[in-house]
Each structure stands twice: as structure tokens, then as C-alpha cells.
Ligand binder design. Sequence first.
Ligand SMILES: Nc1nc2c(c(=O)[nH]1)N[C@H]1C(S)=C(S)[C@@H](COP(=O)(O)O)O[C@H]1N2
Ligand SMILES: [Mo]
Length: 230
Amino acid sequence: MDEPQAGGERRYGRAVFLGTVATGLSSLLWARPLWSRVSHAAGPLESLVPLVPAGGWRIYTVAATMPRFDPATWRLRIGGRVARPAVLSYDELRALPHAAEVRDFHCVTGWTVHGVHWRGVRVRDLLDHVGASPAAGGVRFVSAEQPYVDSLTMQQALLPDVLLAWEMNGQPLPREHGAPIRLVMPEMYGYKNVKWVEGIDVVAHADNGYWENLGYDRDAWVGRSNGYSS
Ligand SMILES: Nc1nc2c(c(=O)[nH]1)N[C@H]1C(S)=C(S)[C@@H](COP(=O)(O)O)O[C@H]1N2
Ligand SMILES: [Mo]
């Protein structure tokens, strides 16, 4: 999603600032206090920070080890308020209609990766496939990396740009980015984009996810949530 110019510049500023203090497998646990402090700072600090494109990804995890993908045994379980609960193998998942998109990826702490190429299946096609109840209000995405989880409202999940992606930049999704599939919700901040998805539950209402239990907004629209208003 393209951002207004000013917002983009401020975001680079935060990214650079955070980059000097947060390295490696850094946790958002202490990124939030930093982010609050920076975003409330007056203009001068931000104008001192050089404007450079925020280049790379940061790999975030909440558990000590990343799930490992074995195509022979991996399954995606889809249940809850659906007419046809399903357990899909990797090949079965990839036989569903493909969708592709190129989108910017924004972490709420301030870094952005531009122009990421994704390919996968639209969540709305998947919900069609299992006969999701039209009365259900939410969809929960459960990670194999416990206890990471997040949810979308049914209305959000049905947006055409919401994918379960198995391909990133023309390659199979790398392990550290959530292999074999991650949620891609490009209109929302990174924490909604659950990695290592292994379960999807159609539920009555969208519930808090991992970071939302720690204070982040459930509706994580880029530029319009978590104190950002560009
Ligand atoms: N399972 C899982 N998914 C996750 C996270 C995580 O820690 N665990 N972090 C989220 C956050 S805050 C961001 S910004 C993105 C980062 O994606 P990346 O690790 O592929 O760079 O993943 C999101 N999905
Ligand atoms: Mo994030």
C-alpha cells in the first residue's frame, strides 16, 4: 500500500532509530516503549535522522525455535463454523486457485519492505472451499509457533488482497518467513501477517491476537491504527 509522503518519511526515521538499538531477533516487547517515545518526540529528533530507504526484513519470533516444514507430514486444518471441515496437504493447498500480488510490508515499529511479490491462495477462496458460515464474524489464524495467533473479522478476511502465501519473491516461502504458508494482509501492520499458519478457524467473532493482548490495535490498518494517523 502506498503511503502519503510525510508518513513514509517519519516511518523511515523511526526505522533508522530503532535499527540502532534493536538488532537480531529483537522482540517487540521493548519496541513499543521506544516507538511511543519516538512518535511523541517533537520534530527536531526526526529531522536529524537521515532519510534512507528501510531495506530489509527483521525476522520476528515468539518461541525459541522456528517450526520446520516437512512436505510429507505437513497439514493445514480448517474448521469451526464451516460446512466442510478440511485437512489439506501442501499439494492439495497448492491445487487451489492461485492469486498473486506485489505489496509493501509494514511493521508497526517502523520498518517497511517495499514491493514484496506474494503468491498463494486467497483466503476468501479457501473460505468458499470449506463452506464458511455466512453468519460467522471472524477468522482465526493459528501458528505452529505457539502461542502466536491472530484473527481477522470476516469482512476483513474476505478482502481480495488477503492471501495465504506459499511463495515470496518467486521462491518457496523461506523458513524464517513462515514456511510453508503465512497470512498476507497487506493493508494491516505486520503482526496480523501470521507466519507458519497451520490452523484456520471460522469463529463467531474476531478475538485478540498475540500482540493485541499486549496492547496493539486489533484493527491494524496501516497508517490508521496504533497511534499512526498519516
Ligand atoms: N508466528 C509468528 N508470526 C509473526 C510474528 C511472530 O513473531 N511469530 N511476528 C509478526 C510481526 S510483528 C511482523 S512485523 C512480521 C515480520 O515478518 P518477518 O519475520 O517475515 O520479517 O511477522 C508477523 N508474524
Ligand atoms: Mo511487526
